[in-house]
Ligand binder design. Structure first.
Ligand SMILES: *[C@@H]1O[C@H](CO)[C@@H](O)[C@H](O)[C@H]1NC(C)=O
Length: 223
């Protein structure tokens, strides 16, 4: 009975969203399992915007954001291709490459990706600088989604590869089920008042940590 109560309490703890304002996830080592699984209730996307800030010293390919459905393991994915120095948004397993991203190691970068199912256009914003708007794929993303930080899914919730894992710090992850305007993206990049994500909200984040990932205070610069 006591056990059952504890279990119920644990379950409800895991399910209650946390305010991560001023916090970051630290991924301190390369593994094929350490990750943060994010809970979303949305089942179908006609459009989407994903924004995140990250810091890494990796000089290899790595994942920044991985959302999979049963049919598309790269339903909405943001990946850094180190060989070609390209930021790659993937939508429903189709990808585009953006070579204009000044993604240096050892500093924070704000990356936003927008996509719309009617036009099929994807656009990446690196530290507030837009890529050209490119056709990637049209039609909605549908089915149960699994969203993961730190690992790249090659199957629905699995198929991780240490060599594509994220090592470093990540913060301010937001997702919207619509495309943000250039002005709203600029507000996010400048850390001004912006409308938090209605799919993933860093101020009310439902998540589960697996393996060695820490929730720490964001390091501020000292004035
Ligand atoms: C995000 O979370 C904050 C804190 O709980 C809440 O005040 C706000 O309404 C949320 N925003 C959205 C769009 O869900």
């Amino acid at each position: 009975m006591v056990c059952l109560l504890v279990l119920l309490m644990l379950a409800s703890c895991a399910a209650s969203p946390q305010d991560l304002s001023g916090k970051m996830f630290t991924f301190p080592q390369q593994t094929n399992m350490a990750r943060v699984t994010l809970t979303t209730s949305t089942v179908s996307f006609n459009a989407a915007t994903v924004c995140h800030r990250s810091f890494t010293d990796l000089k290899r390919d790595h994942i920044l954001f991985s959302m999979a459905t049963q049919t598309n393991s790269n339903a909405f994915l943001v990946f850094w291709d180190s060989t070609n120095k390209e930021m790659e948004p993937h939508i429903k397993d189709a990808k585009k490459e953006y070579g204009g991203c000044d993604y240096k190691p050892g500093m924070w970068h704000s990356i936003c990706s927008t996509w719309d199912s009617v036009t099929g256009l994807v656009q990446v914003w690196c530290d507030g600088r837009p890529s050209s708007r490119m056709f990637v794929t049209s039609g909605p993303i549908s089915g149960r989604t699994i969203t993961i930080l730190g690992q790249e899914q090659d199957s629905h919730g699995g198929g991780f590869d240490a060599k594509q894992s994220f090592v470093g710090m990540m913060s301010d992850v937001h997702m919207w089920d619509y495309t943000l305007s250039a002005c709203e993206i600029q507000k996010y990049v400048d850390e001004l008042n912006f409308t938090p994500g209605n799919v993933l909200n860093w101020s009310a984040l439902d998540f589960q940590i697996t393996g060695r990932v820490l929730t720490e205070d964001k390091q501020m610069t000292c004035h």
